[in-house]
Write a protein that binds this ligand. Structure first.
Ligand SMILES: [Mg+2]
Length: 168
């Protein structure tokens, strides 16, 4: 399997249902923040995100935020939505995922990584033996590193169909 291929792809985080989590055998989720839960550097989550976090936790799923962004950005956001966090996780390298996994005490096969980038979230999950859900980026981004990663993703994304929208 390609290291750049997610287990499935969806439009947005709130499209992740308890049925999908059951299908993937998920006990725990490692969640990206920027462009996944909220616009980059925004304190306000996208619509429905807080409700999704609360209802997913109520299903018995453990959630830890795992972001490459700085602690001063990630910690206040995580506190405000009621989640534990690992900042500066250096995705796609395994350090942050391993730190989060130790917090969770889960086997990698039952951990699901959710994020909007192939070269950090999806590649990192595949290298760690975890499942992944790739989301569509939702907000405009700035900076040359993200511009480059989006350019590199472009052809790979074309081959990835959104789950449940195959017949289009
Ligand atoms: Mg992101």
């Amino acid at each position: 399997m390609s290291l750049f291929k997610p287990t499935i792809a969806l439009r947005k985080v709130t499209d992740i249902t308890p049925e999908i989590l059951r299908m993937l055998g998920t006990d725990a989720i490692l969640l990206d923040v920027d462009n996944t839960l909220a616009p980059p550097d925004s304190k306000i989550p996208y619509e429905g995100v807080q409700e999704w976090i609360d209802s997913t936790k109520a299903c018995g799923i453990h959630i830890v935020i795992c972001s490459n962004n700085y602690r001063k950005r990630i910690k206040p956001f995580s506190d405000s939505v009621g989640l534990d966090c690992v900042a500066m996780s250096l995705k796609p390298f395994p350090f942050g995922f391993n730190r989060a996994k130790r917090k969770l005490r889960e086997k990698p096969q039952s951990v699901l990584v959710v994020g909007d980038q192939i070269y950090t979230d999806v590649l990192g999950a595949n290298l760690a033996g975890m499942k992944s859900i790739l989301l569509l980026p939702r907000s405009e981004e700035h900076g040359w590193t993200i511009w480059l990663r989006r350019k590199m993703e472009k052809n790979k994304r074309k081959k990835i169909k959104l789950y449940g929208e195959d017949e289009k």
